[in-house]
Design a protein around this ligand. Structure first.
Ligand SMILES: Nc1nc2c(ncn2[C@@H]2O[C@H](COP(=O)(O)OP(=O)(O)O)[C@@H](O)[C@H]2O)c(=O)[nH]1
Ligand SMILES: [Mg+2]
Length: 313
């Protein structure tokens, strides 16, 4: 389960002020009421997997209502603000501790109401007060502070040594836009992408010793325990695919002896880099492990289509 957290302030728009005005020729007040401020809603959005935007932007305020107009016209209604969040985001009210989760069943949730508009002087007209001079200011919008928590369970996991091509595949298969690089660097966080509503996790590179705490891999091995299917990525650049496969499997095993029994498929990646004969040689070696082995390249649409078919199953 990948947990993502953020804290935001939400406020409904301020109500517009009521107006003080009088009809020109006739006697009597003509000031309209202020428009109400916009409400703020949380809306579930299918392709988001992160709360990252809520780290950089933490205040969400509905539009203010407009002031009352002449001729008893009400001011402009403030626009509602829709905050798009990943499906499954939980909002916890910091004060009341009440919580609500937006998801497929509950895709839209009112977080804060906008403030009411103030009354214009027309509203104060009475038999004893025919030329009222008073109008109300608009009311403040409701204000609440929320803690946002996103708990995602990945359906698929991409594992392998750094540089195996995991992040590149994630980018190709999903709308994730993850950094890739041609050196064995490893990302600090698992990268997530959504394909057809299913979450794919690109787990930071497992290196030898990861299960004992070396590198960053171990922190994420526990997530692999929950996925339905593991894609074990091995690059054709590897001079010894058998050893590379065993290195990663041993890390999984040391961490949890049952992990290697999990359903997995081997992906021989970057097959565009070497000729077919070489590819076949490596494929043959990997087939010794009695797993399905799929040759792929991010530049070979056909191989990506085969991958998508597996994801669709
Ligand atoms: N030629 C080729 N290069 C690839 C392919 N997939 C990934 N790469 C490159 O290999 C490098 C490492 O890829 P990356 O996705 O960052 O690997 P990760 O460390 O496993 O996430 C990057 O420079 C990628 O551009 C592929 O199918 N073909
Ligand atoms: Mg990567």
């Amino acid at each position: 389960m990948f947990i993502d957290e953020a804290k935001i302030m939400v406020k409904g728009g301020h109500g517009g002020a009521g107006r003080v005005a009088f009809f020109r020729n006739r006697k009597g007040p003509s000031g309209g009421n202020g428009g109400p401020g916009g409400d703020v809603y949380a809306v579930a959005s299918g392709n988001l997997t992160q709360l990252a935007t809520f780290i950089s932007k933490i205040k969400y305020i509905g539009e203010n209502g407009g002031p009352g107009g002449l001729n008893q016209r009400t001011g402009k209604y403030g626009d509602d603000l829709l905050i798009k969040v990943p499906v499954g985001t939980t909002f916890i009210d910091v004060v009341t501790k009440g919580e609500i989760t937006v998801n497929e069943k509950n895709p839209k949730y009112l977080l804060c109401r906008g403030g009411l508009g103030g009354l214009g002087n027309s509203a104060f007209k009475s038999p004893t007060n025919r030329v009222p001079q008073q109008a109300e200011p608009g009311k403040e919008g409701q204000e609440r502070n929320f803690r946002l928590i996103l708990r995602l369970i990945a359906n698929f996991g991409l594992i392998g040594l750094p540089n195996a091509g995991k992040s590149s595949l994630l980018n190709k298969l999903t709308s994730a836009n993850v950094k890739t690089a041609n050196y064995p660097f490893t990302t600090l966080e698992p990268n997530l992408g959504v394909y057809n509503g299913k979450v794919i996790a690109d787990v930071p590179g497992l290196i030898e010793g990861a299960s004992t705490g070396k590198g960053l891999g171990i922190k994420f091995l526990k997530h692999i325990e929950k996925v339905d299917l593991i894609f074990h990525c091995i690059s054709v650049e590897s001079t010894d695919v058998t050893t590379e496969y065993n290195t990663v499997i041993n890390e999984l095993k040391t961490y949890n002896p049952r992990l290697p029994e999990k359903k997995s498929i081997i992906l021989l990646t970057k097959i565009d880099l070497i000729d077919e004969k070489e590819v076949n040689k490596k494929l043959k070696e990997l087939k010794e492990f009695n797993k399905d082995v799929l040759p792929v390249s991010i530049y070979d649409e056909e191989s990506l289509e085969q991958l998508r078919n597996i994801l669709n199953m």
